[in-house]
Structures are given as C-alpha cells and as structure tokens.
Design a protein around this ligand. Sequence first.
Ligand SMILES: *Cc1c(COP(=O)(O)O)cnc(C)c1O
Length: 359
Amino acid sequence: MARVYNFSAGPAVLPEEVLKEAADEMLDYRGTGMSVMEMSHRSKAYDTIIKEAEADLRELMNIPDNYKVLFLQGGASQQFAMIPMNLMKNGVADYIVTGQWAKKAYQEACIYGKANKIASSEDKTFSYIPDCSDLPISEDADYVYICENNTIYGTKFKTLPNTKGKTLVADVSSCFLSEPVDVTKYGVIYGGVQKNIGPAGVVIVIIREDLITDDVLPGTPTMLKYKTHADNDSLYNTPPAYGIYICGKVFKWLKKRGGLEKMKEYNEKKAKILYDFLDESKLFKGTVRKEDRSLMNVPFVTGNEELDAKFVKESKEAGFENLKGHRTVGGMRASIYNAMPIEGVEKLVEFMKKFEESV
Ligand SMILES: *Cc1c(COP(=O)(O)O)cnc(C)c1O
C-alpha cells in the first residue's frame, strides 16, 4: 500500500486513523453484523452514531444551545438557494463577493430577492479580502453573506465584517474546524464536509433557532426548509448516513488531538513552513496579499506557465498529488487541511527547493 501526499482542495485528505477504523468496522459494525452502509437510519445503532456526532461537534465548536446542528445533503451549493429561501423575509440580502463560491451564492440569491453586492475583490482576481469595517449595509437586509475561506484563491477573513447588527451567514466549507470560532457571532455557519471533515455528500448547517421558521419564500420545497430538518433532528428522510458516520469519527479524532485550539496551532505551524518558503524563494511566489492568507489553501505560481506545468508533473511523479491550481487562477495550489500531516508540507517544501535549484 502506498499512500500519497494528497493536496486536493476537495474531496480531500482524511486522517488515516479514521480510514483504518472505518475499514475495521466495514463488515460488522460493533457486533451488529452489518456495515453502517447497510443499516436503517432509524436503528438504535445509527441513532447513537448521529447523536454522538452532533454532541462531539457541539463540544468541539462550543455551539450554544440556541443553535441547531443539521446534517443535510445537496452540498454547499444547495445552501446558496436554501439561505435566501429561508432567510429573506424582507427579500433583501447583502453579499461580500471574495471569490467564485461567494459569487455563485450571490448569483443564486438574485433569483429569490434583491441581493446587493456590497463589496468585492474581483478587481484583483480575488487576491485579497476587502475592508469590511464600514460597508453600506442595507437598512432592511435580512442577512450579510460571506465565504469565510476562499478555497480557490486562498484568502481568509481574519476579522469578520461589521454587519451593523444584521445576521451574519458564512460558508466555511474549506476552513470548517480548522480553528476555534465564536458561533454566537453568526446566524448561520455552514459547509460541505468534503474539504476539511469527511466524505462528499454531507453538508453541515449550524443555525440559530430564531432563524428557523415556517415563514419561507412561497414555493419553497419541504426538503429545502430548515424547519423540516430541525424538527426531525436531521432524520426527516434518509440522511447521508455513512458520510455522517465518518464525520463523527473525524470529530473524535479532533477531540483526541486536543480540539480546535490545538488544530489552529498545528495548522499555523504547517502553513508557516510553506509561506516562509514562498517568501524567500526566487522562483515560487504566493498569489495572495499577506495579511489575508488562508491556513488551508495556499496558491502559488512560478510566473511561467510551462514551469508551472513541469512542476505539477514532476511533483506528481514524486508522490505529491493534486497540486495543480484551479483553472481560473492557474499555477499551483496546496490544500493543507487538518488531516495533512506536517511531514507532507515539509517534504513538499524540500521538493520545491530541489525543483528551484534544478531550473
Ligand atoms: C467546494 C466549495 C463549495 C461547493 O461545494 P459543493 O459541496 O460541491 O456544492 C462551496 N463553497 C466553498 C467555500 C467551497 O470550498
């Protein structure tokens, strides 16, 4: 068996310990004689799995009691519609557009109401986070929307925007559980789990209870109402049961490693190795304004497309997978999520140094 260092932006690397444990339990989950994949989502064994997953996530993120945790499907992209459908009581929302995912969310919201783009960093290929300390927040905005970590461009909000009292909604797909957060600052925190938590197919929504109502846009399908899922503890219909089970294992792995404070320290240490090298390299350059750099997604270029392609090819041959940048940015991107061991980043930097010397 040869595992590679997988720098994919998502679906992405998962902790080996978790994968091994899942493998051990594949045919017979703890004496049930069946796999979790084959199990009724109404069974006692599954009830324990989903309840423990929620309890562990609540503990990790210190989620207050007046927030619901929902395990849903449809990916982060489905939330682009669910958010306006459920939250646009006045039909107005403000969007801060810092990348493709925020832009898609904004465009989707335009279908359902008046979405205002109140700030953007598109003028410089989304390479920075705009100043959000005094934005023209709409008087009647139902919420202010951000994508907190921009997976494609490698930027992260280091301070949350001043929403002037309006509800903050955040897509945290690619920074979920990478560091501690103050949940009380948000109305909704959500993310697809395939970036930093588990297998594709699960999206986790953490939502303040007062935002869960029957007062949704006319025509909202039952399945797209937060209330449907909140009233049924994410078991209104068959949930993505196996995916939730793996997420639960990752939550336990994070707890064992000391929780989110410890993960933040580890992630900072990892990212620093790569950023320090990029800052001193004569060949490779980071593409993001320094103060806005993400701990999770690190895009970089050589400035020469042929050299970029050569690097991607040779790095793959050396066991570093998925370093090719997003098609809209070019160059390279190393996604160094929670489960990427520090050795992976150290070895990547060694490889980059050798590459630099060889060209
Ligand atoms: C990957 C990603 C998405 C899209 O996720 P899907 O689950 O494929 O819909 C949305 N937002 C961010 C920040 C992402 O990284």
